[in-house]
Design a protein. Sequence first.
Length: 430
Amino acid sequence: MKHSEQTDRRDSLTHSLLGAAGAGPAITSTTDVAVGAVTGETQVATADGEITSEVDVLVVGGGTAGTIAAIQAGRAGAKTLLVERHSQLGGTTTTGGVAFPGLFDAWGKQIIAGIGWELVRESVELDGGTLPDFSKVPQRHWENQVPVNMFLYGIMAEEKCTQAGVQIAYYEFPQEITKTADGWQVDCAGFGTRRRVLCKQIVDCTGGAEVVGMLKLPRLREEETQPGSMLFQTGNANDPGRGQLHALYVHGADSSNSRTVTRANMTGRKAVLAKVREEKQRLMHLQPEPGFRESYRIVGETIITVDDYTSGRQFDDAVCNAFYPVDIHTKTGVRPAPLQPGVLPTIPLRALIPKDGRNIIVAGRCLSSDRLANSGLRVQASCMAMGQAAGVTATLAAQHGTTPLSVPLAEIHKLLREHGAIVPGEASSG
Ligand SMILES: Cc1cc2nc3c(=O)[nH]c(=O)nc-3n(C[C@H](O)[C@H](O)[C@H](O)COP(=O)(O)OP(=O)(O)OC[C@H]3O[C@@H](n4cnc5c(N)ncnc54)[C@H](O)[C@@H]3O)c2cc1C
Protein backbone atom coordinates (compact mmCIF):
# COMPACT_ATOMS: atom_id res chain seq x y z
CA MET A 1 0.00 0.00 0.00
CA LYS A 2 1.41 3.38 -0.95
CA HIS A 3 1.59 6.04 1.73
CA SER A 4 -0.76 8.41 -0.09
CA GLU A 5 -3.43 5.72 -0.39
CA GLN A 6 -3.04 5.02 3.29
CA THR A 7 -3.44 8.68 4.19
CA ASP A 8 -6.59 8.94 2.06
CA ARG A 9 -8.06 5.83 3.65
CA ARG A 10 -7.24 7.16 7.09
CA ASP A 11 -8.96 10.45 6.36
CA SER A 12 -12.11 8.81 5.14
CA LEU A 13 -12.15 6.52 8.17
CA THR A 14 -11.72 9.50 10.46
CA HIS A 15 -14.72 11.15 8.87
CA SER A 16 -16.96 8.13 9.08
CA LEU A 17 -15.99 7.38 12.68
CA LEU A 18 -16.49 10.92 13.83
CA GLY A 19 -19.85 10.95 12.11
CA ALA A 20 -20.94 7.74 13.75
CA ALA A 21 -19.77 8.76 17.20
CA GLY A 22 -21.38 12.17 17.02
CA ALA A 23 -17.96 13.91 17.03
CA GLY A 24 -17.81 14.01 20.85
CA PRO A 25 -15.01 16.13 22.34
CA ALA A 26 -13.10 13.08 23.65
CA ILE A 27 -12.30 12.02 20.11
CA THR A 28 -9.53 14.33 19.09
CA SER A 29 -7.81 11.96 16.70
CA THR A 30 -8.45 8.51 15.32
CA THR A 31 -4.86 7.92 14.33
CA ASP A 32 -1.69 7.12 16.23
CA VAL A 33 1.68 7.92 14.76
CA ALA A 34 4.61 6.38 16.58
CA VAL A 35 8.28 6.46 15.65
CA GLY A 36 10.30 3.60 17.15
CA ALA A 37 13.03 5.22 19.27
CA VAL A 38 15.64 2.62 18.48
CA THR A 39 14.66 1.27 15.10
CA GLY A 40 13.55 4.53 13.55
CA GLU A 41 10.63 2.56 12.16
CA THR A 42 7.54 4.60 11.47
CA GLN A 43 4.20 3.04 12.15
CA VAL A 44 0.92 4.56 11.23
CA ALA A 45 -2.05 2.96 12.96
CA THR A 46 -5.47 3.80 11.62
CA ALA A 47 -8.67 3.51 13.59
CA ASP A 48 -9.38 0.07 12.22
CA GLY A 49 -5.98 -1.21 13.34
CA GLU A 50 -4.30 -1.03 9.94
CA ILE A 51 -0.54 -0.65 10.30
CA THR A 52 2.39 -0.53 7.91
CA SER A 53 5.80 -1.66 9.18
CA GLU A 54 8.87 -1.21 7.01
CA VAL A 55 11.80 -3.27 8.25
CA ASP A 56 14.96 -4.99 7.07
CA VAL A 57 14.28 -8.36 8.67
CA LEU A 58 10.96 -9.97 9.52
CA VAL A 59 11.23 -12.93 11.88
CA VAL A 60 8.08 -15.06 11.92
CA GLY A 61 7.74 -17.19 15.08
CA GLY A 62 9.22 -16.03 18.38
CA GLY A 63 10.03 -19.48 19.70
CA THR A 64 13.27 -21.20 20.63
CA ALA A 65 15.06 -20.23 17.41
CA GLY A 66 13.12 -17.11 16.40
CA THR A 67 13.75 -15.18 19.61
CA ILE A 68 17.49 -15.58 19.14
CA ALA A 69 17.31 -14.76 15.41
CA ALA A 70 15.45 -11.53 16.17
CA ILE A 71 17.79 -10.43 18.99
CA GLN A 72 20.77 -11.13 16.75
CA ALA A 73 19.35 -9.20 13.79
CA GLY A 74 18.49 -6.26 16.05
CA ARG A 75 21.91 -6.23 17.68
CA ALA A 76 23.60 -6.34 14.29
CA GLY A 77 21.76 -3.19 13.27
CA ALA A 78 18.83 -4.51 11.24
CA LYS A 79 15.40 -2.96 11.70
CA THR A 80 13.66 -6.08 12.93
CA LEU A 81 10.06 -7.08 13.48
CA LEU A 82 9.18 -10.31 15.30
CA VAL A 83 5.69 -11.66 14.63
CA GLU A 84 4.50 -14.33 17.08
CA ARG A 85 1.05 -15.84 17.09
CA HIS A 86 1.08 -16.58 20.83
CA SER A 87 1.25 -14.24 23.82
CA GLN A 88 4.89 -14.75 24.81
CA LEU A 89 8.35 -15.59 23.49
CA GLY A 90 10.07 -18.95 23.81
CA GLY A 91 7.75 -21.30 21.89
CA THR A 92 8.33 -24.90 22.90
CA THR A 93 10.72 -23.73 25.65
CA THR A 94 7.97 -21.70 27.38
CA THR A 95 4.52 -22.32 25.88
CA GLY A 96 5.29 -26.02 25.44
CA GLY A 97 6.98 -26.20 28.87
CA VAL A 98 10.09 -28.01 27.59
CA ALA A 99 12.25 -25.82 29.79
CA PHE A 100 15.49 -27.80 29.83
CA PRO A 101 17.49 -26.76 26.76
CA GLY A 102 20.38 -28.83 25.54
CA LEU A 103 22.96 -29.49 24.54
CA PHE A 104 25.43 -26.64 24.71
CA ASP A 105 28.40 -28.96 25.24
CA ALA A 106 30.01 -32.07 23.81
CA TRP A 107 32.93 -34.18 24.97
CA GLY A 108 34.06 -31.80 27.70
CA LYS A 109 33.78 -28.54 25.73
CA GLN A 110 31.16 -25.90 25.14
CA ILE A 111 30.14 -26.10 21.49
CA ILE A 112 27.21 -23.66 21.38
CA ALA A 113 27.37 -20.22 23.02
CA GLY A 114 26.23 -16.81 21.79
CA ILE A 115 22.85 -15.22 22.43
CA GLY A 116 20.97 -18.44 23.28
CA TRP A 117 23.51 -19.37 25.92
CA GLU A 118 23.56 -15.78 27.25
CA LEU A 119 19.78 -15.93 27.76
CA VAL A 120 19.86 -19.38 29.35
CA ARG A 121 22.82 -18.48 31.61
CA GLU A 122 21.38 -15.14 32.74
CA SER A 123 17.94 -16.57 33.45
CA VAL A 124 19.47 -19.41 35.51
CA GLU A 125 21.66 -16.92 37.42
CA LEU A 126 18.74 -14.60 38.18
CA ASP A 127 16.72 -17.62 39.32
CA GLY A 128 19.51 -18.75 41.68
CA GLY A 129 19.97 -22.01 39.77
CA THR A 130 23.11 -23.89 38.92
CA LEU A 131 24.81 -24.30 35.56
CA PRO A 132 26.41 -27.55 34.45
CA ASP A 133 30.17 -27.96 34.39
CA PHE A 134 30.85 -28.49 30.70
CA SER A 135 34.40 -29.71 31.32
CA LYS A 136 32.92 -32.96 32.67
CA VAL A 137 31.49 -35.45 30.16
CA PRO A 138 28.21 -36.69 31.66
CA GLN A 139 27.30 -40.37 31.74
CA ARG A 140 23.88 -39.67 30.23
CA HIS A 141 23.40 -36.87 27.71
CA TRP A 142 20.46 -35.27 29.49
CA GLU A 143 22.52 -34.54 32.61
CA ASN A 144 23.97 -31.46 30.91
CA GLN A 145 20.63 -30.04 29.80
CA VAL A 146 20.00 -26.80 31.63
CA PRO A 147 16.72 -26.48 33.55
CA VAL A 148 15.42 -22.93 33.17
CA ASN A 149 12.56 -21.07 34.83
CA MET A 150 10.34 -20.77 31.76
CA PHE A 151 8.57 -17.68 33.09
CA LEU A 152 11.80 -15.75 33.69
CA TYR A 153 13.23 -17.02 30.41
CA GLY A 154 10.27 -15.62 28.46
CA ILE A 155 10.38 -12.24 30.15
CA MET A 156 14.15 -11.92 29.76
CA ALA A 157 13.86 -12.88 26.09
CA GLU A 158 11.38 -10.05 25.69
CA GLU A 159 13.72 -7.65 27.53
CA LYS A 160 16.62 -8.59 25.27
CA CYS A 161 14.48 -8.09 22.16
CA THR A 162 13.45 -4.64 23.37
CA GLN A 163 17.04 -3.72 24.21
CA ALA A 164 18.10 -4.83 20.73
CA GLY A 165 15.44 -2.58 19.18
CA VAL A 166 13.34 -5.52 17.99
CA GLN A 167 9.67 -4.71 17.67
CA ILE A 168 7.43 -7.55 18.85
CA ALA A 169 3.96 -8.18 17.41
CA TYR A 170 2.12 -10.78 19.50
CA TYR A 171 -1.12 -12.44 18.41
CA GLU A 172 -0.24 -11.90 14.75
CA PHE A 173 0.57 -14.25 11.89
CA PRO A 174 1.13 -13.87 8.15
CA GLN A 175 -1.89 -14.26 5.90
CA GLU A 176 -0.57 -13.36 2.49
CA ILE A 177 2.93 -12.93 1.11
CA THR A 178 3.88 -11.17 -2.12
CA LYS A 179 7.30 -10.64 -3.70
CA THR A 180 8.45 -7.05 -4.10
CA ALA A 181 11.39 -5.62 -6.04
CA ASP A 182 13.73 -5.87 -3.04
CA GLY A 183 12.04 -8.32 -0.70
CA TRP A 184 8.56 -9.09 0.51
CA GLN A 185 5.21 -7.66 1.36
CA VAL A 186 3.73 -9.73 4.18
CA ASP A 187 0.16 -9.08 5.24
CA CYS A 188 -0.35 -10.17 8.82
CA ALA A 189 -3.51 -10.45 10.87
CA GLY A 190 -4.12 -10.20 14.59
CA PHE A 191 -7.27 -9.39 16.47
CA GLY A 192 -8.04 -5.73 15.85
CA THR A 193 -4.86 -5.47 13.80
CA ARG A 194 -4.05 -5.73 10.12
CA ARG A 195 -0.38 -5.18 9.48
CA ARG A 196 1.34 -4.79 6.15
CA VAL A 197 5.04 -5.60 6.55
CA LEU A 198 7.51 -4.48 3.90
CA CYS A 199 10.78 -6.30 4.53
CA LYS A 200 13.95 -7.29 2.74
CA GLN A 201 14.43 -10.70 4.35
CA ILE A 202 12.21 -13.22 6.13
CA VAL A 203 13.47 -15.61 8.80
CA ASP A 204 10.93 -18.44 9.14
CA CYS A 205 11.14 -19.77 12.70
CA THR A 206 7.62 -21.17 12.97
CA GLY A 207 8.73 -24.69 13.88
CA GLY A 208 6.96 -26.26 10.90
CA ALA A 209 8.19 -23.84 8.19
CA GLU A 210 4.78 -22.21 7.83
CA VAL A 211 6.07 -19.31 5.72
CA VAL A 212 7.95 -21.65 3.39
CA GLY A 213 4.67 -23.55 3.01
CA MET A 214 2.76 -20.35 2.21
CA LEU A 215 5.31 -19.59 -0.50
CA LYS A 216 4.61 -23.06 -1.93
CA LEU A 217 8.25 -24.07 -1.65
CA PRO A 218 8.69 -27.82 -1.07
CA ARG A 219 8.58 -29.29 2.45
CA LEU A 220 9.05 -32.80 3.80
CA ARG A 221 6.73 -34.59 6.17
CA GLU A 222 6.40 -38.15 7.45
CA GLU A 223 3.14 -40.03 7.17
CA GLU A 224 3.29 -40.73 10.89
CA THR A 225 5.01 -38.05 12.94
CA GLN A 226 6.43 -38.32 16.44
CA PRO A 227 3.95 -37.70 19.26
CA GLY A 228 3.77 -34.36 21.00
CA SER A 229 3.64 -34.18 24.79
CA MET A 230 1.34 -32.36 27.18
CA LEU A 231 3.31 -31.14 30.21
CA PHE A 232 1.65 -30.83 33.58
CA GLN A 233 2.20 -31.43 37.28
CA THR A 234 0.05 -33.26 39.79
CA GLY A 235 0.58 -33.62 43.53
CA ASN A 236 3.39 -31.20 44.32
CA ALA A 237 3.47 -27.59 43.21
CA ASN A 238 5.50 -26.83 40.11
CA ASP A 239 8.97 -25.53 41.01
CA PRO A 240 10.09 -23.80 37.78
CA GLY A 241 13.77 -24.02 36.93
CA ARG A 242 14.33 -26.99 39.21
CA GLY A 243 12.56 -30.24 38.35
CA GLN A 244 10.90 -31.32 35.13
CA LEU A 245 7.16 -31.37 34.60
CA HIS A 246 5.26 -34.62 34.04
CA ALA A 247 4.49 -35.40 30.41
CA LEU A 248 1.87 -37.42 28.55
CA TYR A 249 2.29 -38.33 24.88
CA VAL A 250 -0.24 -36.79 22.52
CA HIS A 251 -0.17 -39.08 19.50
CA GLY A 252 -0.95 -37.37 16.21
CA ALA A 253 -0.19 -33.91 17.69
CA ASP A 254 0.30 -31.67 14.69
CA SER A 255 1.27 -27.98 14.83
CA SER A 256 0.25 -27.28 11.21
CA ASN A 257 -2.90 -25.23 11.67
CA SER A 258 -5.51 -24.03 14.17
CA ARG A 259 -7.66 -27.13 13.64
CA THR A 260 -4.87 -29.62 14.30
CA VAL A 261 -3.57 -27.63 17.28
CA THR A 262 -7.11 -27.42 18.72
CA ARG A 263 -7.38 -31.21 18.42
CA ALA A 264 -3.99 -31.74 20.08
CA ASN A 265 -4.88 -29.36 22.92
CA MET A 266 -8.14 -31.13 23.65
CA THR A 267 -6.59 -34.59 23.40
CA GLY A 268 -3.75 -33.62 25.74
CA ARG A 269 -6.06 -32.00 28.29
CA LYS A 270 -8.43 -34.95 28.23
CA ALA A 271 -5.52 -37.29 28.99
CA VAL A 272 -4.43 -35.07 31.89
CA LEU A 273 -7.97 -35.05 33.29
CA ALA A 274 -8.08 -38.85 33.12
CA LYS A 275 -4.74 -38.99 34.92
CA VAL A 276 -5.95 -36.66 37.69
CA ARG A 277 -9.04 -38.82 38.19
CA GLU A 278 -6.98 -42.00 38.18
CA GLU A 279 -4.28 -40.73 40.57
CA LYS A 280 -6.70 -38.78 42.75
CA GLN A 281 -4.11 -36.03 43.02
CA ARG A 282 -4.50 -32.30 42.62
CA LEU A 283 -3.60 -30.74 39.27
CA MET A 284 -0.95 -28.15 40.15
CA HIS A 285 0.26 -27.03 36.73
CA LEU A 286 -0.77 -27.38 33.08
CA GLN A 287 0.87 -25.91 29.98
CA PRO A 288 -1.40 -23.98 27.59
CA GLU A 289 -0.66 -26.35 24.71
CA PRO A 290 1.39 -29.49 24.01
CA GLY A 291 4.96 -29.41 22.77
CA PHE A 292 5.11 -30.53 19.12
CA ARG A 293 8.10 -32.64 18.14
CA GLU A 294 7.67 -32.97 14.42
CA SER A 295 5.68 -31.61 11.47
CA TYR A 296 7.23 -30.17 8.30
CA ARG A 297 10.87 -29.74 7.37
CA ILE A 298 12.11 -27.69 4.44
CA VAL A 299 13.79 -29.07 1.36
CA GLY A 300 16.89 -26.95 1.49
CA GLU A 301 19.86 -26.33 -0.75
CA THR A 302 21.23 -29.44 0.95
CA ILE A 303 19.58 -32.09 3.14
CA ILE A 304 21.47 -33.29 6.22
CA THR A 305 21.34 -37.09 6.30
CA VAL A 306 21.63 -39.29 9.36
CA ASP A 307 25.04 -40.42 8.06
CA ASP A 308 26.17 -36.79 7.91
CA TYR A 309 24.89 -36.39 11.45
CA THR A 310 26.26 -39.53 13.08
CA SER A 311 29.64 -39.22 11.33
CA GLY A 312 29.99 -35.59 12.46
CA ARG A 313 30.40 -34.31 8.91
CA GLN A 314 32.15 -30.94 8.86
CA PHE A 315 30.25 -29.13 6.12
CA ASP A 316 32.19 -26.55 4.08
CA ASP A 317 29.52 -23.96 4.84
CA ALA A 318 28.95 -24.97 8.48
CA VAL A 319 27.53 -22.10 10.56
CA CYS A 320 27.05 -23.84 13.90
CA ASN A 321 27.52 -27.07 15.82
CA ALA A 322 24.82 -29.44 17.04
CA PHE A 323 24.91 -32.26 19.57
CA TYR A 324 22.31 -34.76 20.78
CA PRO A 325 21.55 -38.46 20.39
CA VAL A 326 19.37 -39.61 17.50
CA ASP A 327 16.09 -39.44 19.36
CA ILE A 328 12.89 -40.72 17.72
CA HIS A 329 9.77 -41.03 19.89
CA THR A 330 7.22 -43.64 18.80
CA LYS A 331 4.04 -45.18 20.17
CA THR A 332 6.20 -47.43 22.34
CA GLY A 333 8.47 -44.71 23.72
CA VAL A 334 11.99 -43.56 22.93
CA ARG A 335 15.41 -45.18 22.78
CA PRO A 336 18.01 -42.46 22.19
CA ALA A 337 21.05 -43.56 20.16
CA PRO A 338 24.02 -41.57 21.49
CA LEU A 339 26.68 -40.31 19.11
CA GLN A 340 30.04 -42.07 19.12
CA PRO A 341 32.77 -40.53 21.30
CA GLY A 342 34.32 -37.45 19.71
CA VAL A 343 31.60 -37.01 17.07
CA LEU A 344 30.44 -33.41 16.70
CA PRO A 345 27.90 -32.74 13.91
CA THR A 346 27.65 -29.36 12.16
CA ILE A 347 24.82 -27.49 10.46
CA PRO A 348 25.49 -26.02 7.01
CA LEU A 349 24.03 -22.71 5.87
CA ARG A 350 22.48 -24.50 2.87
CA ALA A 351 20.28 -26.59 5.20
CA LEU A 352 18.66 -23.35 6.40
CA ILE A 353 17.93 -22.02 2.92
CA PRO A 354 14.86 -23.33 1.09
CA LYS A 355 15.75 -24.67 -2.33
CA ASP A 356 14.97 -22.06 -4.97
CA GLY A 357 13.90 -19.60 -2.27
CA ARG A 358 15.19 -16.02 -2.38
CA ASN A 359 15.34 -13.63 0.57
CA ILE A 360 14.20 -16.26 3.01
CA ILE A 361 16.04 -18.40 5.53
CA VAL A 362 14.76 -20.72 8.27
CA ALA A 363 15.96 -21.75 11.73
CA GLY A 364 14.69 -24.35 14.17
CA ARG A 365 13.35 -27.87 13.95
CA CYS A 366 12.21 -27.35 10.34
CA LEU A 367 15.77 -27.35 8.99
CA SER A 368 16.45 -29.42 5.90
CA SER A 369 17.31 -32.90 7.18
CA ASP A 370 16.14 -36.48 6.93
CA ARG A 371 13.95 -37.75 9.71
CA LEU A 372 16.63 -39.46 11.80
CA ALA A 373 19.09 -36.59 11.50
CA ASN A 374 16.27 -34.20 12.42
CA SER A 375 15.50 -36.13 15.59
CA GLY A 376 18.91 -35.08 16.93
CA LEU A 377 19.16 -31.65 15.29
CA ARG A 378 15.81 -30.36 16.57
CA VAL A 379 16.92 -29.79 20.17
CA GLN A 380 16.91 -26.37 21.74
CA ALA A 381 20.58 -25.39 21.91
CA SER A 382 20.95 -26.30 18.23
CA CYS A 383 17.77 -24.33 17.37
CA MET A 384 19.20 -21.32 19.22
CA ALA A 385 22.52 -21.61 17.36
CA MET A 386 20.65 -21.86 14.04
CA GLY A 387 18.58 -18.83 15.04
CA GLN A 388 21.70 -16.78 15.64
CA ALA A 389 23.25 -17.89 12.33
CA ALA A 390 20.02 -17.11 10.45
CA GLY A 391 19.76 -13.69 12.15
CA VAL A 392 23.31 -12.83 11.11
CA THR A 393 22.82 -14.07 7.55
CA ALA A 394 19.49 -12.27 7.04
CA THR A 395 21.00 -9.04 8.38
CA LEU A 396 24.00 -9.21 6.06
CA ALA A 397 21.78 -10.13 3.10
CA ALA A 398 19.54 -7.12 3.86
CA GLN A 399 22.56 -4.82 4.22
CA HIS A 400 24.15 -6.02 0.96
CA GLY A 401 20.88 -6.20 -0.98
CA THR A 402 21.54 -9.85 -1.77
CA THR A 403 20.18 -13.30 -0.90
CA PRO A 404 21.19 -15.39 2.15
CA LEU A 405 22.91 -17.91 -0.12
CA SER A 406 25.09 -15.17 -1.64
CA VAL A 407 26.41 -13.75 1.64
CA PRO A 408 30.12 -14.62 1.93
CA LEU A 409 30.63 -17.28 4.61
CA ALA A 410 33.62 -15.41 6.07
CA GLU A 411 31.36 -12.41 6.80
CA ILE A 412 28.78 -14.65 8.50
CA HIS A 413 31.47 -16.27 10.67
CA LYS A 414 33.01 -12.89 11.54
CA LEU A 415 29.69 -11.41 12.70
CA LEU A 416 28.83 -14.60 14.60
CA ARG A 417 32.14 -14.41 16.46
CA GLU A 418 31.59 -10.72 17.23
CA HIS A 419 28.29 -11.69 18.86
CA GLY A 420 29.77 -14.46 20.97
CA ALA A 421 28.73 -17.50 18.91
CA ILE A 422 31.00 -20.50 18.46
CA VAL A 423 31.90 -21.10 14.84
CA PRO A 424 32.40 -24.81 13.94
CA GLY A 425 35.99 -25.91 14.42
CA GLU A 426 36.47 -23.31 17.14
CA ALA A 427 34.79 -24.94 20.18
CA SER A 428 35.68 -23.17 23.41
CA SER A 429 36.62 -24.86 26.62
CA GLY A 430 33.43 -23.43 28.12
C1 LIG B 1 7.84 -32.84 24.45
C2 LIG B 1 9.16 -32.39 23.90
C3 LIG B 1 10.32 -32.69 24.58
C4 LIG B 1 11.54 -32.22 24.12
N1 LIG B 1 12.66 -32.45 24.85
C5 LIG B 1 13.78 -31.74 24.58
C6 LIG B 1 14.89 -31.76 25.46
O1 LIG B 1 14.89 -32.48 26.45
N2 LIG B 1 15.95 -30.95 25.17
C7 LIG B 1 15.96 -30.15 24.08
O2 LIG B 1 16.90 -29.39 23.91
N3 LIG B 1 14.95 -30.16 23.18
C8 LIG B 1 13.86 -30.92 23.41
N4 LIG B 1 12.81 -30.91 22.55
C9 LIG B 1 12.95 -30.30 21.22
C10 LIG B 1 12.86 -28.81 21.20
O3 LIG B 1 12.18 -28.32 22.34
C11 LIG B 1 12.15 -28.27 19.94
O4 LIG B 1 12.47 -29.02 18.80
C12 LIG B 1 12.56 -26.83 19.71
O5 LIG B 1 12.26 -26.06 20.87
C13 LIG B 1 11.88 -26.25 18.50
O6 LIG B 1 12.25 -24.91 18.37
P1 LIG B 1 11.67 -24.04 17.16
O7 LIG B 1 12.20 -22.67 17.33
O8 LIG B 1 11.89 -24.74 15.87
O9 LIG B 1 10.09 -24.06 17.38
P2 LIG B 1 9.27 -23.47 18.60
O10 LIG B 1 10.08 -23.26 19.81
O11 LIG B 1 8.06 -24.34 18.71
O12 LIG B 1 8.83 -22.03 18.07
C14 LIG B 1 7.94 -21.82 17.01
C15 LIG B 1 7.23 -20.51 17.29
O13 LIG B 1 6.57 -20.07 16.13
C16 LIG B 1 5.26 -19.61 16.46
N5 LIG B 1 4.48 -19.77 15.24
C17 LIG B 1 4.16 -20.91 14.59
N6 LIG B 1 3.49 -20.64 13.47
C18 LIG B 1 3.38 -19.29 13.40
C19 LIG B 1 2.80 -18.40 12.47
N7 LIG B 1 2.19 -18.85 11.36
N8 LIG B 1 2.88 -17.07 12.71
C20 LIG B 1 3.48 -16.59 13.84
N9 LIG B 1 4.05 -17.40 14.77
C21 LIG B 1 4.00 -18.72 14.54
C22 LIG B 1 4.85 -20.52 17.60
O14 LIG B 1 3.83 -19.97 18.37
C23 LIG B 1 6.17 -20.66 18.38
O15 LIG B 1 6.33 -19.62 19.31
C24 LIG B 1 11.59 -31.45 22.93
C25 LIG B 1 10.42 -31.17 22.24
C26 LIG B 1 9.20 -31.63 22.70
C27 LIG B 1 7.96 -31.26 21.95
